[in-house]
Design a protein around this ligand. Sequence first.
Ligand SMILES: C[S@@+](CC[C@H](N)C(=O)[O-])C[C@H]1O[C@@H](n2cnc3c(N)ncnc32)[C@H](O)[C@@H]1O
Length: 285
Amino acid sequence: MQLGQPSRTALATAYARAYHQIASEPRIFTDPLAVRIAGITPEQLADLETSTSQEDDTDMRRRRRLFLAARARFAEDTVADAVAAGSRQVVILGAGLDTFAYRNPHPEVRVFEVDHPDTQEWKRQRLDAADIALPAALTFAPVDFESQTLAAGLAAAGFDRSRPAVFIWLGVVMYLTRDTILDTLRFVAGQTPPVRLVFDYLYPASAALPGEVDQRTARADRVAAIGEPWLSFFTADEIANVLRETGFSQVDDRDAPNLIAGYLGITPRPVATVPPHVLCAIRTA
Ligand SMILES: C[S@@+](CC[C@H](N)C(=O)[O-])C[C@H]1O[C@@H](n2cnc3c(N)ncnc32)[C@H](O)[C@@H]1O
């Protein structure tokens, strides 16, 4: 993150969710606020997403967009499961322009949005400009994960460590240092169970297939150039071990093609890349 600037990758993922609402593609995730919070018109969104000046090809952008939609759906399905099982607290870590809190279908649930102070301030301006009301059940907790503790930020926001919770952490892990990720996993695992945690992660560059090396390097260079370099990577085995060592007893890990295909009820199409993964880790006792 660049000092004093909101996250630019947060805007990019918000645009992708917004365009997913209006694009002619199978709908995986429905978010009636996505276009409003993105702050641009559907025509501008379409121009951005289909612009030939962007380096990624159309099919790759479409697959990326479907993954972003699918990971949001996976997270909100996990929240619904957790609420049905009795959880009444949802924590969205690195929330960006996520809109769950503003269309939360569970009136008994409190939502805590944690984000870098600069991004959170920018989001509040966007909400205001889009005329999206702040629900009474939402509390903001500004925290820089690299220099402040989640424990202090959430305590100040009134989060209850002694009650079950579900944590959503989408599109953030790759931008954090390994120590910060491990501290966060320990904090989440230390919540009174049951606790559920959803996050996505990237495989290391060394796992890239020969045909995707240039593409991956170009993407890594692009995020680094806007001040948000990828810092941390895992394989599925590695993250499963880390989660087990931290105290999580169950891990449901899916790669992007399988996640998307599952929602569309189709067979996953083979891809020539090592895809991102999303997982739900649970600690029950
Ligand atoms: C790619 S965006 C994802 C936003 C949102 N979760 C989504 O899926 O659209 C990355 C998010 O991580 C947050 N982030 C990155 N580094 C952070 C840090 N050190 N402390 C707090 N938040 C951070 C950014 O502010 C931003 O909201």
